[in-house]
Design a protein around this ligand. Structure first.
Ligand SMILES: Nc1ncnc2c1ncn2[C@@H]1O[C@H](COP(=O)(O)OP(=O)(O)OP(=O)(O)O)[C@@H](O)[C@H]1O
Length: 297
């Protein structure tokens, strides 16, 4: 549905995106994650046509974003809302209603029960969270084929946040919509997405099914009568070892079953495999790429 091919983007002198490749399957909810400054928003702006890349291409169902039909089915919720401040909410609604051919009045009215925005209020008088709500409300009402969201839940209260997550899942499941969402809230992302793309320093260096990712990386809790045997300590599948008393917590990135068999050879007094949250995986993955936390206090 969405394909980014070898995309390179400079802002000023700086190369912000470096030969990025990314594929989002039709009907998928794709989570784009990465540290601050990794290039998520810049990539999204290239996808929706705000930026033109120096090299590479973006294809949406085989067409470019300048294609009117593509634009008609493309919804974009940016991280900062740039509505005309002197417009009233109802003026923005009219603008969307008159611009998008699949505008759905019934859906718009149904969503009003949830977002509950004053139609006569000027945009400049809305709070940050209310502007985000308006953006989501409008973008869902156009019945998008592709929904791109940059930090959509930041600034929303917990109740609306939960509702928005439900709406995103519903769009993908029942309205044939493909979703790409960038967020730092990995707990939320884990609840809704099926595919994850990791971006760091302008490169998408891993794109994977969320279930596969979680299946392949585990934390193993293990204890021996004596210290950790050397061949275990030096196993190339280990991402990180932490020690608490006699217990070692070992993050293993692949071949978990083989690793467990290898542990058994040394007669451990405890072995337990634990699932990891997406947030934990992200932290270990980033640490593996040199993004270490500095202990300040
Ligand atoms: N208008 C700009 N001019 C020059 N450099 C920019 C501009 N906008 C962003 N950058 C730089 O591009 C890099 C990527 O920024 P971007 O906003 O895409 O990151 P991000 O992954 O979305 O970060 P965050 O998670 O903090 O929102 C950063 O180093 C940033 O300083």
């Amino acid at each position: 549905m969405l394909r980014v091919h070898n995309l390179t983007k400079y802002l000023g002198e700086e190369k912000i995106l470096d030969e990025v490749n990314l594929t989002v399957k039709k009907g998928s909810i794709y989570g784009l994650v990465g540290p601050n400054g990794a290039g998520k928003s810049t990539l999204i702006k290239n996808i929706v046509g705000i930026y033109n890349p120096e090299e590479g291409n973006v294809y949406i169902e085989g067409n470019t974003v300048s294609d009117p039909q593509v634009r008609d089915g493309l919804a974009y919720v940016p991280d900062y809302q740039n509505f005309y401040p002197n417009f009233k909410v109802k003026d923005m609604v009219d603008f969307y209603r008159n611009t998008y051919s699949n505008w759905d009045e019934e859906k718009f009215n149904k969503l009003r029960e949830m977002f509950n925005l004053d139609m006569n209020k000027k945009i400049r008088k809305l709070s940050k969270g209310q502007k985000t709500q308006l953006s989501i409300h409008l973008n869902l009402s156009i019945n998008p084929k592709l929904l791109i969201m940059d930090e959509p839940t930041s600034g929303l209260d917990p109740v609306i946040r939960k509702e928005v997550l439900n709406l995103i899942v519903n769009e993908a499941a029942n309205n044939d919509c493909t979703v790409l969402v960038s967020t730092h809230n990995l707990g939320e992302l884990e609840q809704i997405c099926d595919t994850i793309g990791f971006i760091n320093k302008g490169k998408v260096n891993l794109e994977t099914d969320l279930e596969d990712l979680k299946e392949n990386i585990k934390k193993v809790q293990v204890a021996f009568k004596n210290k950790l045997p050397e061949p275990i300590e030096n196993d190339s599948n280990i991402l990180k070892i932490e020690k608490l008393g006699r217990v070692y917590y070992i993050v293993v990135k692949e071949n978990i079953d083989d690793f467990i068999k290898k542990l058994q050879v040394y007669d451990p007094i405890l072995v337990e495999t634990m699932d990891m949250s997406l947030e934990e995986i992200f932290i270990y993955k980033m640490a593996g790429e040199g993004y270490e936390f500095k202990k300040i206090i």
